[in-house]
Design a binder for this molecule. Structure first.
Ligand code: PHE
Length: 347
């Protein structure tokens, strides 16, 4: 066989093989083409290789190089088509998973027990006509102290009892005389700040609650944490009395804790209420303190520009964690702030 014959046979064969692979549109026709051109036993390549023997030895080198080129090109074309058809044989086109097996349920998060409690409290108080109000967690001394009738030398303003934010001077540079600098900011120590913020912008009648975080430098133990939540309530109108306060708190406690919850007022002192009381709920035969309350002090009304002769009001502040813990039988406040899903997923 002459070299030129051999080469033109290869050219034709190569063209046919490439066409066959490129036009194969399923695994079967691709496999058929593979057997026809590249098949080890009867394939066209096999025939051509046999013809090599009939070529003049001086031309064999050229013929061999062309044959190698043929093999590479045809193989590449086959590989490409195989990839295009997602495999090349029937079995690899079959699904690689068992669609009859049950799926894996995605893990969904859920609302944290404290947030659940907050939503529940807002819902109960909302039914009594209390709207939600909000204030910033970073406060100024006016809203956290001054407007609430807490004078400059009051122990509640002590740096050891508050998280003051470092301003121009660092904490270590501060002297005692610097400690109550007006304008210095702090993390609010109570939600009573929101009473002031609401009254500054609205006129009576006012009926709001505010639920949010407060901060105090307490060492964490089963009942203390440096950050916790309070529910503040404020009701201002003409002729508001302490009887109204007691009724609202009793209706609230009964709704939140269930049953007819007895409530008890113990005389106390807060600079921003007069008279002031500690509020206890009777729970399973024991009295438990849930917060403080009282009639809004006239000095507070004056600081927001209300006339204490015309309006009266009550305010209360209850601990949200304490309410949540009582309701769910939680005994350690720190569990609420752990990331332990075994604990959290129970709620
Ligand atoms: N702010 C008080 C506290 O954090 C609670 C309180 C609120 C008392 C409103 C009276 C009226 O202890």
């Amino acid at each position: 066989m002459s070299l030129s014959n051999f080469l033109s046979t290869l050219d034709d064969l190569q063209q046919q093989a490439l066409d066959a692979f490129e036009t194969a549109n399923d695994a079967d026709s691709l496999e058929e083409a593979r057997v026809r051109y590249l098949g080890a036993k009867k394939g066209a390549l096999k025939d051509v290789q046999k013809q090599m023997g009939a070529i003049d030895p001086s031309d064999r080198k050229t013929a061999g190089m062309r044959l190698n080129e043929f093999k590479t090109k045809v193989q590449a074309s086959f590989d490409e088509s195989k990839a295009r058809l997602g495999g090349g044989d029937q079995s690899s086109l079959a699904p690689t998973f068992d669609p009859t097996l049950p799926g894996i349920r995605p893990q969904l998060g859920h609302v944290h027990p404290i947030t659940q409690t907050i939503n529940h409290l807002m819902e109960i108080m909302g039914r009594m006509g209390f709207e939600a109000a909000e204030g910033p967690e970073v406060e100024d001394p006016w809203h956290n102290f001054v407007a609430l009738n807490i004078p400059e030398d009051h122990p509640a303003r002590d740096p050891l009892d508050n998280f003051y934010l470092a301003t121009a001077k660092t904490t270590s540079e501060k002297t005692t005389s610097d400690r109550n600098v007006e304008g210095e900011q702090l993390l609010r120590s109570q939600t009573s700040t929101v009473q002031i913020r609401v009254m500054e912008h609205q006129s009576p009648p006012i009926r709001v609650i505010s639920l949010g975080r407060v901060y105090r430098p307490d060492d964490p133990d089963a009942t203390h944490f440096p950050m916790f939540h309070q529910m503040e309530g404020l009701y201002v109108d003409e002729h508001v009395t302490m009887a109204n306060l007691k009724t609202v708190l009793r209706v609230f406690a009964t709704n939140y804790l269930g049953g007819d919850v007895q409530i008890r007022f113990r005389p106390s002192f807060f600079p921003f209420t007069e008279p002031s009381v500690e509020v206890d709920f009777l729970w399973n035969g024991t009295w438990i303190e849930f917060g403080g309350a009282g009639m809004v002090d006239p000095a507070v009304f004056e600081s927001v520009g209300y006339d204490p002769e015309k309006v009266s009001g009550f305010a209360f502040g209850l601990g949200v964690e304490r309410l949540c813990m009582r309701r769910h039988g939680i005994t350690d406040i720190r569990d609420l702030y752990s990331c332990d899903m075994r604990f959290l997923s129970q709620f």
